[in-house]
Design a binder for this molecule. Structure first.
Ligand SMILES: NC(=O)c1ccc[n+]([C@@H]2O[C@H](COP(=O)([O-])OP(=O)(O)OC[C@H]3O[C@@H](n4cnc5c(N)ncnc54)[C@H](OP(=O)(O)O)[C@@H]3O)[C@@H](O)[C@H]2O)c1
Length: 307
């Protein structure tokens, strides 16, 4: 049941932050249009919760224009894949023509003019492009998400291994559900957040030795961290079938990580989203079954030897 005439457009709606945001806004009684890339079981779940589903490509101006009709505020979320600057231009033009009031833009903590990652630099350019519109605009710059804990997981018999090029540098992994609370809160009341850039962090800064220990404690199996160097990491990703744009991004931000770009904490999740961020133990426990098998990007022995 909806409580008002506001309509929120959520792009990347089947993805990690998008799906949680759709569900949260629906729970709060709002009308939600979910833009999905393809109609599949993820879209059906959103429809069952009450979302209006539209399928479309964010690179297709007429599809995005249609999706903007009647929208009050929109969440822009595009994955780490080529095309973000075009997507942002299309989104900004379509939203402006449709009289959309506000946008919440998913960016990255590594978004900088001088970023070596093509994805991070595209995020920085996209932020600046949106700042030049009349849309009330907020940029979110999260550190690494907690889904890294299973994406880069290697399950070897009864133990788990993380092979990552992160030395002993710390960051505070952030859960998609915590980001959704921030996104929903800003969409519901965007004006105080206009032109703000919000770095977002999870509960606590940890290095990968400490992350491995927490995952071990949660899953009840031995888990270790084996630091590797960035070229070995990049070659392992190629062996895992990761596409070149993403390999370029991940190996570039690995150096950023070592340089402390992903480190830090603040209280924005609690102040804007209304609750403290989840702990890593909570995030792992909520996705326990995923740890039975290798993560898609995990540097397994075979991938390590191919590297
Ligand atoms: N993961 C991290 O650690 C991290 C850290 C900081 C910032 N970020 C930022 O977070 C963003 C990704 O957010 P997320 O993880 O919530 O998203 P996500 O899970 O990667 O989902 C993105 C969604 O976009 C859809 N999509 C892909 N191509 C599309 C297209 N051409 N048109 C329309 N939809 C398309 C995908 O649909 P299909 O699956 O059906 O293709 C998917 O459902 C990126 O901008 C990234 O830079 C990520």
């Amino acid at each position: 049941m909806t409580t008002d005439t506001e309509l929120f457009l959520i792009t990347g709606a089947a993805g990690k932050t998008g799906a949680h945001t759709v569900e949260l806004l629906l729970e709060r009684g709002h009308q939600v249009r979910a833009l999905v890339h393809a109609v599949d079981e993820r879209a059906s779940r959103l429809a069952e919760h009450g979302a209006e589903i539209v399928a479309g490509d964010l690179l297709d101006f007429s599809a995005v224009s249609s999706a903007m009709r009647g929208v009050t505020a929109a969440y822009l979320c595009y994955p780490i894949t080529p095309g973000l600057v075009d997507v942002t231009a299309i989104f900004a033009q379509a939203a402006s023509e449709a009289g959309v009031h506000a946008v919440v833009n998913m960016s990255q903590i590594s978004a900088r003019r001088e970023a070596k990652s093509d994805s991070a630099r595209a995020h920085w350019i996209s932020e600046r492009m949106l700042d030049r519109t009349t849309l009330v605009t907020t940029h979110l710059r999260p550190t690494f998400f907690t889904n890294w804990q299973y994406d880069f997981w290697v399950r070897q018999g009864n133990e788990g291994i993380y092979r990552l090029p992160f030395g002993d540098v710390r960051h505070a992994p952030i859960d998609a559900a915590d980001q959704a609370r921030v996104i929903a809160a800003i969409l519901q009341n965007p004006r105080p957040h206009d032109r703000q850039i919000y770095p977002l962090y999870g509960d606590k800064e940890l290095n990968y030795y400490e992350i491995a220990a927490k995952v071990q404690e949660t899953l009840g199996i031995p888990v270790r961290y084996e630091p590797i160097d960035i070229p070995t990491f990049a070659a392992g990703l190629v062996a895992a079938g990761v596409l070149p744009f993403r390999v370029q991004h991940l190996s570039s931000v690995a150096q950023d990580y070592l340089d402390g770009v992903f480190s830090g904490t603040n209280n924005l999740v609690e102040v804007i989203g209304g609750t403290k961020p989840r702990t890593i133990e909570d995030s792992v426990a909520a996705t326990r079954s995923l740890f039975e098998t290798d993560g898609v990007c995990g540097i397994t022995d075979a991938r390590l030897h191919a590297a």
